[in-house]
Structures are given as C-alpha cells and as structure tokens.
Write a protein of this length. Structure first.
Length: 130
C-alpha cells in the first residue's frame, strides 16, 4: 500500500494505491485519524482510483475515518472507487453513508456541506437530482 497526501486549497487529498486489506488497514486508519484528529483538516478527500480491492477491515477503517470526521465537523469524501470497492460498499449498505464521487474533479466541484444530509438514510432521495 502506498499513501501520500497533497493539498488543493482547503482540501487535503489522501492518495491510496494498492489493496486495502487486514494487513494494511491499520496504516490507513492511522493516516485518516492523523489528518482528522491531529492535523484537523476541514476537508479530507480519499482518492481510491489506485485501489482495486477493499476487504471488511478496510471498510472498518474508512468508517472510523468517517465517524471521526463527523465528530470534528470535517468533510469526508471518497472518490474513484473501483467496481469491486463500490460493490463492497453496496453489499454492506454503506454506499449511502459515505459521500462518494466518481472523479477528483467531481468531488472538488461538489458543494456538500459537512453537516447536511449525513444522518439521512440512504435511498431517501436527499441530494439526488433528476
């Protein structure tokens, strides 16, 4: 697993490359929590374009990052999910819990306030447009 961070304005992007599994999910968890709890970044976007596979421990690390972001009032975004990663989020009913975008451009262009619609159940139509 390779991880790096970069800054685009007030957005911190955590670039991930490699599979997220039981073996490296503690590293992911630590990187997320350092950015959120220690660095207090207002917006943390997780670039998953280089991630093909995420197992349950990887999902747990992402959920922990999301939980920390909500506690701190930060925005937490996932983008560039592979089909297998998207499927895992769908099967665990977490796809509607995370803010997910297809590309970095889409994520940066979105204006999704950190405290809006996050507690709404998935599938209620909130935030969707026809």
């Amino acid at each position: 697993m390779q991880m790096s961070t970069r800054q685009l304005g007030d957005v911190t992007i955590l670039d991930l490359v490699g599979d997220i599994t039981l073996f490296n999910s503690p590293e992911i968890r630590k990187a997320l929590l350092v950015q959120l709890k220690e660095q207090r970044v207002p917006k943390l976007f997780v670039n998953m374009t280089g991630v093909q596979y995420v197992d349950s421990s990887g999902i747990a690390s992402l959920v922990e990052g999301l939980k920390a972001s909500r506690e701190l009032g930060s925005r937490f975004v996932l983008y560039g999910l592979s089909k297998p990663a998207m499927t895992v989020l769908e099967l665990t009913h977490l796809l509607g819990v995370f803010e997910v975008h297809a590309t970095e451009k889409d994520a940066l262009a979105s204006s999704f306030p950190a405290d809006t619609n996050l507690s709404q159940p998935a599938g209620d139509g909130a935030g969707e447009s026809a």
